[in-house]
Design a protein around this ligand. Structure first.
Ligand SMILES: NC(=O)C1=CN([C@@H]2O[C@H](COP(=O)(O)OP(=O)(O)OC[C@H]3O[C@@H](n4cnc5c(N)ncnc54)[C@H](OP(=O)(O)O)[C@@H]3O)[C@@H](O)[C@H]2O)C=CC1
Ligand SMILES: O=C(O)C1=N[C@H](C(=O)O)C[C@H](O)C1
Length: 266
């Protein structure tokens, strides 16, 4: 079986380290190179925790694709560079699998067009954990029956973006089935600005950041005399890896942009 040549951007990060392990341990995957802003021209094995992984490190992603025969880019970096990496991959004929969050609607539209133009697959998944995908699907189902919903996402305090990509995706999915509604009292006032959280089509999103947390979300619905709470917890980053593998295998097969693993998991 021919190996899938994979480049990982952000290999030293919390997610990147797990992804390196996944690629290294998957029989038909080959870690061809990594993109890191440190150690340009060196090897991944120069960093702590990557013993024996003599994989070239590039700081310039274009140079990486010029010198590497890559099939897939797995991007696990930051909102600031994720879009540039994804566009560059498509330009070089490499299929992106993107876990990095913080992409805007305009970014997604641009990438959808670029995928069409190039005839390449790309998977952007705000959350790779199967349980989180189910949580979002269940929330969308509940959104048909409850107009009032608040999303509470809870993450470690090193997270850069708020609300989380998962919370935004959840709100988007609920908005597809819920009549638009401004929730709460029409005359409610925030005594301290931000008290009611972010507002997506009238749904409120609250972002909690604390050391000790990994990635958690609860979606709370309310109507007369009842509430329904749907919750998902990721206790470690290994929880995301089966979804990363599914995304890689899907990106190789399709020739369009897939935004969200709920479009793959039936
Ligand atoms: N889709 C999903 O299921 C999940 C998505 N995420 C998302 O994945 C992303 C990464 O999360 P996490 O691993 O926790 O974050 P980390 O901060 O641990 O890792 C990010 C890594 O990207 C590196 N980086 C920053 N800029 C560049 C650049 N220009 N080129 C190459 N590497 C760069 C950082 O380097 P340095 O150390 O030098 O800053 C760091 O090593 C986030 O956007 C997060 O929201 C996270 C978990 C699950
Ligand atoms: O930064 C994280 O950690 C996570 N980010 C993703 C998001 O923004 O939804 C996925 C998961 O929640 C972990």
């Amino acid at each position: 079986m021919e190996k899938v040549n994979i480049v990982i951007a952000g290999p030293r990060g919390r997610m990147g380290r797990e992804a390196v392990k996944l690629v290294h341990e998957t029989e038909n995957y080959h870690l061809a190179a990594v993109v890191d802003r440190k150690n340009d021209g060196g090897l991944l094995s120069d960093f702590d925790g990557f013993l024996g992984l003599d994989v070239p490190v590039y700081s310039n992603i274009e140079e990486c694709f010029q010198k590497t025969d890559a099939n897939i880019l797995i991007d696990l970096t930051t909102p600031a560079v994720g879009m540039f990496h994804t566009k560059t991959a498509l330009t070089y004929g490499v299929r992106p699998v993107v876990g990095t969050t913080g992409f805007t609607k305009e970014d997604l539209k641009e990438l959808e067009n670029l995928c069409k133009e190039k005839g390449l697959g790309c998977v952007i998944a705000p959350n790779f954990a199967v349980g989180a995908i189910l949580m979002m699907k269940f929330a969308q189902l509940a959104g048909k029956y409850f107009d009032d919903v608040e999303i509470i996402e809870l993450h470690h305090d090193q997270k850069l973006d708020a609300p989380s990509g998962t919370a935004v995706k959840t709100a988007e999915l609920i908005a597809e089935v819920r009549e638009s509604k401004q929730q709460g009292h029409p005359q409610e006032e925030e005594v301290i600005p931000g008290a009611r959280g972010a507002n997506y089509d009238g749904m409120h999103i609250h972002s909690v950041r604390l050391p000790g947390l990994i990635a958690h979300q609860q979606v709370m619905f309310g109507s007369a005399g009842q509430t329904l709470t749907i919750r998902h917890d990721s206790y470690n980053r290994a929880s995301f890896m089966s979804g990363v593998k599914l995304a890689v295998d899907t990106a190789l097969k399709v020739d369009t942009l897939v935004y969200g693993l709920e479009n793959i998991i039936e």
